[in-house]
Design a protein around this ligand. Sequence first.
Ligand code: GLN
Length: 539
Amino acid sequence: MARYIFVTGGVVSSLGKGLSSASLAYLLQSQGFKVRLRKLDPYLNVDPGTMSPFQHGEVFVTDDGAETDLDLGHYERFTGVSAKQSDNITTGKIYSDIIKKERKGLYLGKTVQVIPHVTDRIKEFIKNDLSKEDFVICEIGGTVGDIESLPFLEAIRQFSIEIGKKNSLFIHLTLVPYMKASDEIKTKPTQHSVKELRTIGIQPDIIICRCEKNIPLDQRKKISLFCNVDIENVIETIDVNTIYEAPISFHKEKLDHQVLRHFKIKPKRKVNLNPWKEITKKVFNPKKNVNIAIIGKYVNLKDAYKSLDEALVHGGIYNNTKVNLVRIESDHLKKNKIKNLFKNIHGILIPGGFGKRGTEGKIEAIKYARTNKIPFLGICYGMQLSMIEFARNVLKIKKASSTEFDKNCIPVVGLLNEWKRGNVLMKGTATNIGGTMRLGSYKANLKINSLVKSIYKSNSINERHRHRYEVNLQYRNEFEKKGLIFSGMSPDNELPEIIELKNHPWFIGVQFHPEFKSRPLNPHPLFSSFIKAAIKNEK
Ligand code: GLN
């Protein structure tokens, strides 16, 4: 039977619950256990798909097409296990399921209530779709004390009673602030936060204390005494210099050891921290440096392109190179300033995006990369805009654009009406924004002798999509005549998935999001190759 570990957070948000959960998962996995990670989000959106990156950061897409919380990206990157639709649930999804059921009369005349109906649905989710996992780690979004997380906390409390205390474990992550003025480490916020948890019936077994400085024994004792946890279960986590140090530092603090001790289980094999040690070494001792410009709408928002930033770092690790991300707001890209802005840039990347704002600046940047032979990677919107740039400036179709932001244009990019997933015909609708996109993993065949084929070293690939529009094949001949290669196509040959340029050292546009599949221990070949090309350009 699986053991369940519940991770909650207190005092403030953004303490790194996702990273802590993912690191613990790695440590357990490395000691021979099968682990699954799940995220329970208390907000009312059905999924984060319709949320602005300003609100929520990146939307992470799974193979099976779920638009999920970005923490699932951390989970995948640390464990190598692909997340699924069934690994992320929100209050919105739960209520929407319950209301559908209620309208069908399936509650048989009962009053539908938070307890037991909402809590039962949460409990069902926690144990749904598992296959012989030794551990299921469930991270509860939000901060203890929020009104919206209450049903989740109540559900995990009940769940732990139902499966038995010996099969469940509560980890609470809190902030232990350091007061510079008095040179003191303060435990009171942690005490309050644990008190809040205990009010709703949850006694944490382990407390992870996020702190700027080491927590002295006296303060640890205080936390242990007032929060009613074993002193050995007061684990500190000090800000790491790179997230890849997190598994190493949690192991040093014996987090995994204490978890296994709680469950009275012995490790099946010795933990292997070498991959993280090697990565950390490379991150701190790069042989080279490259500057990659990322041009987007939300570039200054830390989490808006989380997986992308990570994938670029992975490409750097592969090449023993430090990748400096130069974030450029597309609104600020003016034609006359481009040359200056790109003076020390070795590669240009246009990430996924939506809507008209900033598109003209991005198109200018693409033109610059194409004509100056700078390595260029266009992802999703980046690929669509590179087609528009080529159509306007090479094919001289001046009105070329996308119907996404110009209804009266010559549609080089148009709305995706139907597409195939395997043999199933999928259809999009333009009216209902949520859940109408081509989402999740699709196969593409690669053209012989193409650059991408040499990069992937494979005839076909599977990559994750998240878009409503696609490149219009109507102009294929014109594009090809001028040296644009459709180097990746959907298996039915209907949808262009990758394009590249013949007379350019490295210019690739992909309709999918390769960043979702890049992992530090297994960098994505497109990013490794892109960084390699940028290094060449640096000389
Ligand atoms: N806005 C474009 C579309 O919907 C691109 C989406 C993206 O870059 N993820 O097709």
